[in-house]
Design a protein. Structure first.
Lengths: 336, 358
């Protein structure tokens, strides 16, 4: 007993423990609300926001998530009479068929090539346009120029295709008229495979570069005006300010748009290809989506078309993930 | 001589004139502060000196050369902006080197200059950091560094401390003052903070509504304000201004007569505004003071002193009193005593200071 008392100022250990327990009992215990309680509180407080979110969620479920159920036909011998659930599984048979199909391989090659040209020429176009708009001082001229370049975006692809077909027509098209004036023979542009890609990419730029520049113009508008004033005092001219201030300042926006663009690399504008291509230009014009359309809807091979669509989606997913990771690592900018 | 001379400077945006003929001479190595309320034209004036705003009328001369049509880069001025204007994509060293690279200074010389200025400003450990990774005070220093490396003839500061918290502002204020003493570069500094103006300036220019109200050393302006605006703008809390009428021996405000010093003979019956600085009153009476009965409303302790918010008739007034470590004795104050030699008089109509009284 003497040992038990010696270290605690003479108090017996039992008494000390009892005192400590009493002291602890008096202390208020802090209870942290569970995650669910806090979530519920948050929901009750901010329910209006969730109500506003609802239409978007429903749209996603109906048009993007529910159709995923149908993706399984990529692995089945699908029959519309037996339905999705009752069609027999065939594993990767359709993918084997796809990769042994020369036309599909050609479509993949065309998709990647056209996308690459789109990225190479189509991606910088709205940035350059935005930088040019930013340099226009006269407000009226600027507004007029902007309206003119935004306009093609609001025109239906069918009309755009009509304009292109008319413009490149060997008999009445303006291009061939000019060629004739110069003393050359008319060129049948839209029937020659080597002309499809330049015309397609050029049309895409004409249609979308103006509207695409809005995002970059908005980013430019967000650049702190003091940066330019400071540069003016430091002696920078407009060219130097564009290279040293504007472009670096909008670089995060450029990178985000690039990531999104890379995510859509397998999504070449389906309608425009359908409207502009013809069997004589399939060699350079037929892309995965048009191939899927012909196989799925026109030939009724839904399972094969689903497999091609799934392949497309997987490639796009891998690309966007890679681009996002690289961007986050090297520039601190990323989509998520 | 790298002085700055503004001669009848006017700024108008279309029909709207915002600066109405500024005349000001800033001597070489002088630190001049333009102070005034928001919208008084002080920043516009500074921006005209920098070349960021066109001068509508008048002449701007820097170092003896007319600068109206000279591009900002050729004026040899450096400006520190309110929001620092640091390039977010460049690190501290590159931010500071920006202007030097534009001017094609040799790389080795740039490196030496940056190293020297970074050392002066205590920025050496942060040279490879981006502005986002710096504190407010450090960013402010980088902004100053960017101006200093250029070795300009004139420094222009546009409210450089207004984005800092009170403590940091006091600290940076002292640093700017030390830096000016060390570099001796002609400086024009814009602020709406009268404490900054008082502490930094060799001379203060008080502006109001696009015009200069008064130019002088801080103490000249504090002790001899030219008008009620300057009297109300400089000093914290501002000077109490009460309507009164001159008598043969002083100024009558309400039923109280305040004794005045100086020549007031022959002015009896003239309407005036009586100015009493909050810190000039005493709680004890002497032969040279007049008693002003007040209704004490509120006592705000500030530590060594306290603010007494009081009413006199329909006028609200604020006075300062020493606490001597306790404010209990202040709660019963019923009158303050106004020293005759410190009372200011202004014309009731024009608001101009009268050469009567003190």
């Amino acid at each position: 007993m003497s040992d038990r008392n010696s270290d605690f100022g003479g108090l017996p250990v039992d008494e000390l423990v009892a005192k400590a327990d009493a002291a602890l009992g008096q202390r208020k215990t802090r209870v942290r609300d569970s995650h669910w309680v806090r979530t519920w509180d948050h929901f009750r407080r901010e329910w209006q926001i969730y109500v506003m979110l609802l239409p978007t969620i429903i749209w996603f479920i109906v048009f993007l998530y529910k159709p995923m159920y149908g993706l399984q036909i990529a692995f089945k011998d699908y029959s519309i009479f037996r339905g999705v659930a009752n069609s027999p599984w065939v594993g990767f048979e359709h993918f084997q068929t796809l990769f042994s199909n020369d036309q599909f391989i050609r479509a993949v090659r065309n998709t990647v090539t056209i996308s690459f040209y789109n990225l190479l020429f189509g991606f910088p176009a709205p940035i350059i346009l935005a930088l040019m708009f930013n340099e226009i001082i006269n407000a009226t001229y600027k507004r007029t120029a902007q309206t003119i370049v935004y306009l093609p975006h609001f025109i239906s692809s069918v009309i755009i295709a009509g304009i292109v077909i008319t413009a490149f027509s060997p008999t009445a098209g303006i291009i061939n008229t000019i060629i004739s004036w110069l003393g050359f023979d008319p060129v049948y542009f839209l029937t020659q495979p080597e002309w499809f890609r330049p015309i397609f990419v050029g049309t895409g730029i004409w249609q979308e570069a103006g509207f695409g520049s809005i995002v970059f113009l908005a980013a430019i508008a967000g650049v702190n005006p003091s940066l330019y004033e400071s540069a003016v005092v430091d002696g920078a001219n407009r060219w130097q300010m564009m290279w040293k201030i504007t472009i670096p300042s909008i670089l995060p926006t450029i990178l985000i748009m690039l990531i999104i663009r890379i995510g859509n690399i397998m999504e070449v504008s389906f309608e425009l290809v359908i409207l502009l291509y013809q069997p004589s230009t399939y060699e350079t014009a037929d892309v995965v989506n048009t191939w899927v359309y012909r196989q799925g809807l026109q030939s009724g091979q839904y399972d094969l078309a689903a497999a091609a669509g799934l392949f497309n989606a997987v490639v796009a997913f891998v690309l966007v993930m890679t681009a996002n990771t690289l961007s986050r690592r090297f520039s601190r900018t990323s989509l998520w | 001589m790298s002085g700055v001379e503004l001669d009848g400077i006017v700024k108008a945006y279309g029909a709207l004139q915002v600066v109405h003929g500024i005349d000001l001479n800033v001597a070489e190595k002088e630190f001049v502060v333009l102070v005034g309320p928001s919208g008084c034209g002080k920043s516009t004036t500074l921006r005209m000196v920098a070349g960021l705003e066109e001068i509508t009328e008048g002449d701007l001369t820097i170092d003896g050369r007319r600068m109206n049509r000279v591009a900002p880069k050729d004026r040899d001025v450096a400006m520190v902006f309110q929001n620092y204007a640091l390039y977010p994509h460049l690190n501290v060293a590159d931010n500071m080197a920006f202007g030097l690279r534009i001017r094609k200074m040799p790389k080795a010389e740039i490196a030496t200059t940056i190293a020297d200025v970074a050392e002066i400003l205590g920025l050496t450990p942060y040279l490879d950091r981006r502005p986002a990774d710096l504190s407010g005070g450090q960013r402010q220093r980088v902004a100053m560094g960017r101006a200093i490396v250029r070795h300009p003839k004139v420094f222009l500061f546009d409210e450089p401390l207004s984005n800092l918290d009170a403590k940091l502002r006091t600290q940076m204020r002292a640093e700017i003052k030390r830096l000016h003493n060390r570099l001796g570069v002609t400086s024009i500094y814009v602020t709406h903070d009268q404490v900054e103006a008082m502490t930094l300036a060799d001379r203060i220019v008080v502006m109001n509504d696009g015009r200069i109200e008064q130019v002088g050393t801080p103490m000249e302006l504090f002790n001899h304000p030219a008008n009620t605006f300057v009297a109300g703008f400089l000093g914290s809390p501002p000077m109490n201004q009460i309507k009164g009428v001159l008598t043969e021996t002083g100024a009558k405000i309400g039923n109280t007569e305040i004794k005045l010093q100086g020549a007031i003979n022959g002015h009896a019956g003239r309407d005036v505004i009586v100015g009493i600085r909050p810190e000039h009153v005493t709680l004890g009476q002497t032969a040279e003071t007049s008693s002003l009965p007040i209704e004490l409303d509120l006592v705000e302790p500030l530590g060594s002193e306290a603010l007494l918010h009081a009413r006199y008739g329909n006028d609200n007034m604020v006075f300062k009193a020493d606490t001597n470590g306790d404010i209990a004795h202040l709660s019963g104050v019923e009158e303050v005593h106004v020293p005759a030699h410190l009372v200011k008089l202004f014309d009731a109509e024009t608001g101009r200071a009268l050469a009567l009284g003190a």
